[in-house]
Design a protein around this ligand. Structure first.
Ligand code: ATP
Length: 235
């Protein structure tokens, strides 16, 4: 069953057509890569999916919700990890994740269990009571991943998950995203990194000029194949 469906989405800023006929579906079990160069319309699409901006035209279905008319409902059901987001410096991971649980109106016991489980799974359990100012960028990114996954969402939207992470943390995050999608969830990853898309995604939509211009199942494509397709479609 489709968990994310976008049909003929359009959004302009003045004369700039940021999104121009964007259509795609994401199913359970998929790690879908939204691969495109700077300015292709990826961020504008993600902001439409999370209800931060209202598109000019088109329809969006996110886990049966419409972010255009019910953004709060959409945001409480999906997991969202924006690009370059960092946790508040004046809180510890535990305090921040408790706050996120409150905002999502989750049961306190579920939140407490979730914090311990995700900290252990992502390997920051020894840092739960340390202020974020004293954590490395990689540790902060793990906390941001934990906030996106705290309520075990069936769909997670992630913008550039591996930016500024060292190779070891990149590998850990890649493995984690792969296993989460494989457990009958859907993970949507926006990136301009072809190697990342070829490495972790099950299917890739290549984005240019505000729409998907090609789609590839990654199972039998190498990053060279994907690069060739990318260069065929992107100026
Ligand atoms: P990047 O990878 O650089 O983040 P992107 O694929 O996410 O790029 P968008 O940020 O969606 O692309 O931008 C698409 C187009 O819309 C670009 O030409 C951009 O300059 C323009 N744009 C985006 N936001 C605005 C805005 N608030 N006002 C005017 N133009 C905008």
């Amino acid at each position: 069953m489709g968990v994310l469906r976008v049909d003929e989405l359009r959004k302009s800023y003045g004369d700039v057509r940021a999104v121009d006929g964007m259509s795609f579906d994401v199913e359970r079990g998929e790690l879908f890569g939204f691969l495109g160069p700077n300015g292709a319309g990826k961020t504008t699409t993600i902001r439409s999916l999370t209800g931060q901006i209202v598109p000019d035209e088109g329809t969006i279905d996110v886990l049966g919700t419409d972010p255009t008319t019910a953004p709060i409902e959409t945001r409480t059901r999906v997991g969202i990890l924006p690009e370059q987001a960092t946790p508040p410096s004046f809180l510890t991971p535990r305090e921040y994740l408790e706050f996120v649980g409150d905002v999502r109106d989750l049961d306190a016991v579920v939140v407490a269990d979730g914090i311990d489980r995700w900290a252990e799974r992502l390997g920051f359990e020894s840092k739960l009571e340390t202020l974020h100012t004293d954590l490395s960028r990689g540790q902060q990114q793990k906390v941001m991943i934990a906030q996106a996954f705290l309520h075990e969402p069936e769909l997670v939207l992630i913008d550039e998950p591996l930016a500024n992470l060292d190779p070891l943390v990149q590998e850990q995050v890649k493995q984690f995203l792969t296993s989460y999608a494989a457990a009958d969830n859907a993970v949507f990853v926006s990136t301009h990194n072809i190697d990342v898309a070829a490495d972790i995604c099950t299917r890739v939509g290549i984005v240019a000029d505000g729409k998907i211009v090609a789609e590839r199942s990654v199972a039998d494509e190498t990053s060279d194949d994907l690069l060739e397709t990318f260069l065929d479609h992107v100026d």
